[in-house]
Design a protein around this ligand. Structure first.
Ligand code: RRO
Length: 313
């Protein structure tokens, strides 16, 4: 069998990527993603100028996943744009990296996307509407009216392929309302989900929080969030127009986790917490495990089962 996937008119060897934020801050990180067995990779969410982010400790691995309040540390849009443009020149036959942007408000998002629009970048852009960790800046996508206004402004001028990164939703009313907003726009994809915002992990021995920013509150990733991630992938897969693809992110640690996301309807798959734990060797391992599942089940390709989760009748 083959793990090859088509996404936005391009072919990828397999559906695996890093989740933005992990292994993508510096050109060295990005080069290590490029050398890995991932099918694609994405840059750290960028702002107009570089940011130091929140004080450390700000990312902690915990038994069932991770908690982070990085606070959008990044090297600024020009740094990542230069990197991807350089790769496009040097490796014209390869798929360009994805670029992630996360402005501090609607005006900055428009500015960032204008820079990408006016550049030679020929790849896919991800607009992060779900950063949970900048003090005083609520997650954009929890404000439905702001999300609608942002997308309306963006699609006045942006003509390159664009996806959005969403936070998790927990109610059918929210799935319905968000999907009907997203369906109004020519989005390439929706990425479900960012970390589950503002969890609290406690070190019992020290009777203390484990990260410094926001008095210990931070985005939760890893095993904790897989059922929530799968629910969001499935909810948006069943509600969005067929031309809007889904990227599944959240709790992928094994080939079986990857298979579950694909069954729910994801086309590409992103790995955050477990990539941070294991390093870029994880892509070879998950590709092998996923291929074994396809072989056991007698599937020739991902298209044989994508989205075909059974109901109980
Ligand atoms: O940098 C972060 O604190 C961060 C971001 Br922008 C995000 O989108 N998700 C996350 O868990 N951390």
């Amino acid at each position: 069998p083959s793990l090859e996937v088509e996404f936005c008119g391009r072919l990828y060897e397999n559906p695996l990527m890093n989740a933005s934020g992990v292994c993508c801050m510096t050109t060295d990180d990005l080069d290590s993603m490029a050398r890995s067995r991932s099918g694609a990779f994405i840059t750290k969410s960028a702002t107009s100028t570089d940011r130091a982010g929140n004080p450390e400790p700000r990312y902690v691995t915990v038994p069932l996943g991770s908690i982070n309040s990085m606070g959008l540390p990044n090297k600024g849009i020009e740094y990542y744009l230069n990197y991807v443009l350089d790769r496009q020149k040097r490796f014209p036959s390869e798929n360009p990296p994805f670029m992630s942007v996360a402005g501090m408000g609607i005006d900055e998002n428009i500015k960032l996307l204008n820079i990408i629009q006016d550049s030679e970048f020929s790849g896919i852009t991800e607009l992060n509407l779900s950063c949970p960790n900048v003090p005083g800046k609520p997650q954009v996508a929890y404000d439905f009216e702001l999300t609608d206004r942002t997308l309306k402004s963006v699609f006045q001028f942006f003509t390159k392929p664009l996806g959005v990164k969403l936070p998790p939703f927990f109610d059918f009313a929210h799935f319905d309302d968000m999907a009907s907003i997203l369906n109004k726009y020519p989005l390439a994809y929706v990425n479900c989900i960012n970390s589950v915002g503002n969890g609290l992990y406690i070190d019992v021995e020290k009777e203390s929080v484990v990260i410094k920013p926001k008095d210990g509150f931070g985005g939760i990733g890893g095993e904790y969030i897989k059922p929530t991630a799968l629910a969001n992938v499935r909810a948006f897969y069943t509600r969005l127009n067929e031309n809007i693809k889904i990227i599944g992110t959240g709790g992928i640690r094994t080939g079986q986790d990857a298979f579950e996301h694909l069954l729910c309807g994801a086309t590409m798959l992103q790995i955050g917490t477990e990539l941070q734990n294991e390093g870029t060797g994880i892509f070879e391992r998950i590709n092998t495990e996923l291929l074994q599942i396809l072989e056991q089940k007698g599937y020739q390709s991902i298209e044989d089962f994508r989205g075909k989760l059974h109901s109980i009748t």
